[in-house]
Design a protein around this ligand. Sequence first.
Ligand SMILES: Cc1ncc(C[n+]2csc(CCOP(=O)(O)OP(=O)(O)O)c2C)c(N)n1
Ligand SMILES: [Mg+2]
Length: 355
Amino acid sequence: MGRVASAEGDLRRVIGDGELVPDGEVGGLGPDDLLALHRDLVLLRPYDERSVVYHRQGRIGTYAIFWNHEAMQAGAVFALEDRDWVFPAYRESAIGLLRGMPVSTVLSWWRGHPAGWWDPREFNVASICVPIATQIPHAVGFAWGSALKGEDRVALTFFGDGATSEGSFHEGLTFAGVTKAPVVLFCNNNQWAISTPLAAQTAATALADKAVGYGIPSVRVDGGDVLAVYEATRDAVARARAGDGPTFVEAVTYRAAPHATADDPSLYIDPERVDEERENECVGRFERYLQRAGILTEEHAAEVRAEVHELMRAGIAEAEAEPPPDVGLVFEHAYASPPPTLAHELEELRRVLGG
Ligand SMILES: Cc1ncc(C[n+]2csc(CCOP(=O)(O)OP(=O)(O)O)c2C)c(N)n1
Ligand SMILES: [Mg+2]
């Protein structure tokens, strides 16, 4: 059973606990903004929960669960302008929903259907990177290029604690620091890389400390506190826009769900810590904050949940109504001049599939 150090004393927080720790406020966010942020959180939660069900029903493939990561995702994207770009990993597969991407597109991606391939320029959301940390150099290169072209765009990339051990992380942060690229390096530190605990990943006290070596400032924030995430990211975005370069945001949480639908964490995770996280999960935390502030009523919360569940129902119906893709797609786009053997294999595949 891997036990990891929590080291949570120095995390930035805004949301109190309703008892001893008082609620803070984020300047510039009025009630309408707070309700918009609440809707973003609530949009992601049923998407995630329904996806696990759809996987069990055999309607989507293996799925990377992001339950209780919603505050990091929604809080960070809320701090961006629409012209800014997001570079997600598989954990942020549904991040496009926050930019108006249809639910059916994301579900189609998990169904392995080409209807799940979107044009990144339509939503300013790059393709999902599954090879760990490869999205970091993409985001840095994009941000640097935008700055050279004189565009006012910031790039934000999400990656995990495990990603900080990858070469792409080192290459990306080296470039970001030297070029002062307008990029936000957002680390979702859920303290696990599948079954590898943070303590086996690094001997650093905090992942944020790694940024020092690249000349990049960093901040540590409670990843379950959507307002603290928003505020830290907003500051990072402001630095980037002002030409002051990258910021590393380390959002600390504890993975409270399996890594993916193919994982059994009971073999390695700390069940008591998971229970603690689940009890203090991020959507409920924000809802209680909004209720204490008199901004959210139970009726409004129920309406938003119902609306989002309806979006999910329509989304899976739309994804399943897509006609099967042509198998020839498997063979396209890899070669400018495909070798003759491929044509032969395609022919054979069509014969086997009877198409
Ligand atoms: C380059 C590469 N190596 C290994 C893997 C297999 N793999 C998939 S997820 C994962 C763990 C990543 O953990 P972390 O970066 O903490 O992200 P999290 O899944 O916790 O969000 C690994 C090693 C991969 N996808 N890519
Ligand atoms: Mg992780």
